[in-house]
Design a protein around this ligand. Structure first.
Ligand SMILES: C=C(OP(=O)(O)O)C(=O)O
Ligand SMILES: [Mg+2]
Length: 563
């Protein structure tokens, strides 16, 4: 029995066999050629057989997958059978290129043609590139790229997962995640919590775990144990039989009746429907870039209207905060961001893409306004990565030009927290993005495993910036009521930290729908004054660990509820 430790980012205890995420398919050498023309025919047959095998596999997986994952798989399966791709590859073979190289180049050509056609056709370019990688892997006898196929439940080990991979993550098959990279606010961690999958990130040695080896994963303790013994089996069985929390009743309040609306973070219509069913009082963060992952072209206005309306319709008459496209760094969108930037997290991302690709933001605002006009949801709009008051003012101007009255900003850059008073003179609300705020305050890339301990929203510097933002909101609202400041970073899903944030003065908490029952139950166990005292306790701690321990020790309900 050996163990590796990492950072536990999503609670749960399970046992299962390891499957490693296969590496990305490497490009075949540019000069790889078939030995002689006589083999061209046989090689063409090999390509056809590989394409058929890929199609059959994707079709079978589409049948068992749900929602977005099923759609992605169906579209890719269609592309695998595309005669245009096979024909172009056969031509290149006849001209002497090896089977792998011919498929690679043919796929590249078809993708370029689709991109040139624009609109819906351009959307399919990413599918063709995925199919080409799958056919090349099949020709080589390598495992297919992406989430591996399995007959039964598996524990997926990987360096890290890309947002596009997570779109096909099926929680019925993948029962836990263990990654060598990533931190508590990385997207792998966010997705794991949204799916309720136990997950350990920053686990050095994850990629060396033997395929098929049985391991025990404790997603709260950040522990992975190979060849689990009796103690681990009992712990996993106890977890499976645990009492579930009572569902959220749809009204976030402290014990003395102070209302704190509990909202949901969603990435599209399907997730919004799940959040509404879980009692969410609205949407505190619609990550619009998640509606358009894998896209090489800007989505059209009608496509955007449809995507946003699907979310609004899940929340009739309720608040939905739409964040404009937050492309870049951990969420690249090829039509907005430059993949070759040396420092993507400090680069042209979020609101800043409006400087390099003007027009996309205005068209998005137009689409949001149209979708809002066609629904009854109360739509608020906010920009990511705002750093100055001028930017906030510019964004507010664009929103009102589009007919959107309630504009706000994400506070996720320390400069925005420190100048929140000036920023909130220009916009109506702020939402603290504590994932990025932590990354930028601590100068620690949220995707890097070795920096996970720095990427902790309990860090005293982060808590002080939350306080500065709330103080600024009072200033921004001079002569009026303070402007609302919510939290939509992952910190809001930590029930103990949620209480601290409320004590610091934030007015709403937005989180993955799965976190609602726990956060609601703990919030209901304290009065507003007690929450303020706990905030004081956290602020006076010297370290993140001390702040967490001090607050948790005053909230026995956490243990009672197993949180
Ligand atoms: C909510 C946030 O946005 P994202 O995780 O999408 O960057 C954040 O940064 O806290
Ligand atoms: Mg962010």
């Amino acid at each position: 029995m050996t163990s590796i430790t990492g950072v536990g980012v999503s609670a749960g205890r399970v046992i299962g066999p390891v499957m490693q995420m296969p590496p990305a398919v490497a490009e075949p050498a540019a000069d790889s050629r078939i030995p002689d023309a006589a083999t061209a025919e046989a090689e063409t047959e090999r390509i056809k057989a590989a394409a058929k095998a890929v199609q059959a596999l994707l079709k079978a997986r589409a049948e068992t997958a749900h929602g977005d994952a099923a759609e992605v798989l169906k579209a890719t399966a269609l592309m695998a059978a595309d005669p245009m791709l096979i024909k172009s590859a056969a031509k290149l073979l006849a001209a002497g290129r090896s089977a792998e190289r011919a498929v690679w180049d043919a796929g590249g050509q078809v993708a370029d043609q689709l991109k040139a056609l624009g609109g819906y056709m351009a959307e399919r370019a990413a599918d063709v590139l995925d199919v080409r990688a799958r056919i090349v892997a099949e020709l080589r006898g390598d495992p297919a790229p992406g989430i591996p196929d399995s007959a039964g439940p598996i524990i997926l080990a990987a360096e890290d997962l890309a947002p596009a991979d997570t779109a096909t993550l099926d929680p019925d098959r993948v029962i836990a995640l263990v990654t060598a990279g990533g931190g508590p606010q990385s997207h792998t961690a966010i997705i794991a919590r949204a799916l309720g999958l136990p997950a350990v990130v920053a686990a050095t040695g994850a990629t060396e775990l033997e395929e098929g080896l049985e391991v025990y994963v404790d997603g709260a303790a950040g522990l992975v144990i190979t060849d689990p013994g009796e103690a681990e089996r009992t712990a996993a069985a106890d977890y499976a039989a645990r009492a579930t929390l009572p569902p959220f009743d749809g009204s976030g309040t402290t014990a003395d009746g102070h209302r704190v609306p509990l909202l949901a973070n969603v990435g599209g219509g399907e997730e919004a429907a799940v959040a509404a069913a879980a009692g969410a009082e609205g949407v505190g963060l619609l990550r619009t870039e998640f509606c358009f992952l894998n896209r090489s072209e800007e989505p059209t206005i009608p496509e955007q209207v449809a995507a946003y309306k699907a979310v609004f319709e899940a929340f009739p008459g309720k608040k939905v905060v739409v964040r404009t496209l937050d492309a870049g760094a951990d969420k690249p969108l090829p039509f907005l961001t430059d993949a070759t930037e040396p420092n993507p997290a400090l680069g042209v991302r979020g609101y800043r893409t409006d400087w390099t690709t003007p027009g996309v933001l205005e068209r998005q605002l137009q689409a949001i306004a149209q979708a809002a006009a066609e629904s009854t949801a109360v739509v608020w709009v906010m920009a990511p990565m705002i750093a100055t008051a001028e930017e906030a003012g510019h964004f507010a101007g664009l929103c009102s030009a589009a007919g959107l009255d309630t504009s706000g900003v994400m506070v996720e850059v320390p400069s925005a927290a420190l100048t929140a008073g000036s920023i909130l003179k220009r916009v109506e609300f702020a939402s603290l993005g504590t994932n990025d705020l932590t990354q930028y305050t601590m100068a620690a890339d949220r995707q890097l495993g070795p920096l996970a301990a720095l990427n902790d929203p309990w860090q005293p510097a982060v808590l002080r910036l939350v306080q500065a933002t709330v103080d600024g909101a009072r200033l921004g609202g001079t002569g009026q009521a303070p402007k609302p400041v919510g939290v939509c970073g992952e910190s809001a899903a930590d029930p103990a930290l949620g209480v601290v944030l409320v004590g610091l003065g934030v007015s709403t908490l937005s989180m993955t729908a799965r976190a609602l029952p726990g956060v609601a139950a703990v919030l209901r166990s304290v009065t507003l004054d007690q929450a303020r005292d706990l905030a004081g306790l956290a602020l006076s701690a010297d370290t993140a660990a001390e702040a967490r321990a001090a607050v948790r020790s005053k909230l026995p309900v956490l243990d009672t509820l197993g949180l």
